[in-house]
Design a protein around this ligand. Structure first.
Ligand code: G4P
Length: 530
């Protein structure tokens, strides 16, 4: 790449902030997404994205089931400018069970906004997500949401984060008034207060007045004094804001607010624009780091089908890691070595599509009808081969045997199961014992199976029958162990579509008994990401 365009790529990359909002379900992720877009003027009225009853039509809720359950299943990528930055907000699936899919999205961003419900503190999914972020080396910004209603004490939440995640909190805003009696936010750095005036239903931008220390003292004497004292206590305990500690995941910048009231959003956006990391060099399978200004490279982190029921389409979402993506360019598909033409590339904003002509490091492009691409695949533009590491899997904990419920629909059944496996909705496992017609489905949570049944029926026209299998964990095993254990009555050997072998066990007693029988085999239950 010529020097001039290298500089241009670096400049464009430097502007990008690719982030995801993550949380335990119901903490307010969709509401916060709306609020961020509203403040960045990417949408005119809150409700346009989440599509609550009585508000405008939805932008990111695609499936019937999403509406029925009120959860967000699909991921959307939305790009909007804020100050000097260009923010790529990658939406993540909302339910606790969709961990594998969520995990994949987290490989495509450079920082995460962790939303915590003020009254609930750190929930199961919050903890899992903190772990994933640590594993990925992803800096985390913590937002304590729903401060407009009664909840835990701010300092108690700080302690909980420190105890359970090992990260210290660096308050960038601090609440004036306890949860449920919220007057505004203290800016600990400038010792000023932002006071918010609520708007009906929170659908319009809130107007915030800026109060000086003296004004805040005069109007909110006790609450203001407490807020200052607490913020000061925290700073003397944990030190002041330190960007290095944020990027190194030693500490998390902390914000308070109310997504539904649009309170505290401006400060969060300003922080993302100023402090969140831009895309950096990414390591390939040989641990060689590719700086952003090298030739074009990208990897596919997500495959999505059925986004538009009118067109049976399949979109591969690729994150640009280096260089410039130009629509129409012919890249090389690293996994096959074949050329890949990028004629149809889109930005995705819910149902609305927009063609993307150019994309820079940190951006996400939707490659339409890219049948050859699989999640984890790499595309590169230069002469030199680039292969980024494959996407890891979550350890499955729930298992079902799938059967086609309509004898005439075997073809649709096979296609659908394969597709949903590729999307990361469920892990598809094959067992000699059951044969190809009866794959085993593995999930991190049981709700993933509801999604499979629903999509198989609605999208692939292949009604499905699922039988519960009494396994509760899996061990990754090698070929030799696979041969030894095939047919064993206390365990079942299955193969993932990528060829990895897993031994499934009903409980730890059976595992111990198999271990006693074969002391030379390494049998360790998979945990978290594997
Ligand atoms: P999710 O995507 O994380 O699952 O959460 P979502 O935004 O759907 O929000 C879950 C519920 O929490 C919604 O209520 C939403 O209105 C509410 N909520 C979000 N942010 C705040 C906040 O700052 N304060 C308060 N008090 N509530 C908040 P719902 O009853 O499920 O829906 P709705 O009918 O109220 O819209």
């Amino acid at each position: 790449m010529a020097n001039e365009s290298s500089a241009q790529v670096r400049e464009q990359a430097h502007k990008r902030r690719s982030i995801a909002v993550i949380s335990h379900p119901d903490a307010g992720k969709s509401t916060l997404t709306e609020a961020l877009l509203l403040h960045a003027s990417a949408i005119g009225e809150a409700g346009a994205v989440h599509g609550k009853a009585g508000r405008r039509s939805t932008v990111s809720d695609w499936m019937d089931m999403e509406r029925a359950r009120g959860i967000s299943v699909n991921s959307t990528v939305i790009q909007f400018p804020y100050d000097e930055a260009l923010i790529n907000l990658v939406d993540t699936p909302g339910h606790a069970d969709f961990s594998e899919d969520t995990f994949r999205v987290l490989t495509a961003v450079d920082a995460a906004i962790m939303l915590v419900d003020a009254s609930k503190g750190l929930e199961t999914q919050t903890m899992k997500l903190f772990d994933v972020c640590r594993e990925r080396g992803l800096p985390v910004i913590t937002v304590i949401n729903k401060w407009d209603r009664p909840g835990k004490e701010a300092l108690a939440l700080v302690d909980e984060i420190a105890e359970r995640t090992g990260m210290r909190s660096m308050p960038k805003t601090w609440p004036v008034g306890e949860a449920g009696f919220f007057h505004g936010l203290l800016d600990p750095q400038h010792q000023t207060m932002q006071r918010f005036r609520r708007t009906p239903g929170g659908t319009k931008k809130v107007v915030a007045d800026q109060l000086s220390d003296a004004q805040a003292q005069a109007e909110y004497s006790d609450a203001w004094a407490t807020a200052k004292e607490e913020a000061c206590l925290l700073e003397s305990d944990a030190g002041s804001y330190d960007r290095r500690a944020f990027l190194a995941q030693e500490a998390t910048p902390m914000f308070f607010g109310s997504a539904v009231q649009n309170i505290g959003i401006e400060a969060l956006l300003a922080f993302v624009a100023e402090e969140a990391p831009p895309p950096g060099a990414r390591a390939d399978t040989d641990s060689r780091k590719h700086p952003v200004d090298e030739d074009f490279s990208a990897y596919v982190f997500k495959i999505q089908t059925g986004m538009d029921p009118a067109h049976r389409d399949r979109i591969a979402f690729a994150r640009v890691c280096s260089g410039v993506f130009e629509r129409g360019m012919v890249a090389t598909h690293a996994q096959t070595g074949k050329p890949f033409a990028t004629k149809y590339a889109q930005k995705a904003f819910g149902r609305e599509r927009e063609t993307v002509d150019t994309a820079w490091p940190g951006d996400v492009v939707g490659l339409v009808n890219a049948a050859a691409l699989r999640p984890g695949d790499t595309l590169y533009g230069g002469q030199r081969t680039v292969v980024y590491p494959r996407l890891p899997h979550f350890a499955p904990e729930y298992f079902r045997e799938a059967r086609c419920a309509d004898a005439g629909k075997h073809k649709q059944f096979r296609r659908g199961i394969h597709q949903l496996g590729e999307e990361g909705i469920v892990q598809v496992l094959h067992s000699e014992r059951r044969g190809a017609q009866h794959p085993v489905l593995g999930a991190v949570g049981p709700m993933q199976f509801d999604v499979v049944v629903e999509r198989m029926r609605g999208e692939f026209n292949a009604p499905l029958h699922l039988d519960v299998l009494d396994y509760s964990f899996a061990c990754q095993i090698d070929q030799e162990a696979g041969e030894v254990l095939t047919g064993h009555r206390d365990c079942e050997v299955v193969a993932r579509e990528d060829g990895t072998l897993l031994g499934l066990f009903p409980n730890s007693w059976k595992l111990r008994s198999v271990k006693r029988q074969y002391p030379d085999l390494t049998l360790e239950p998979m945990r978290g990401i594997a």
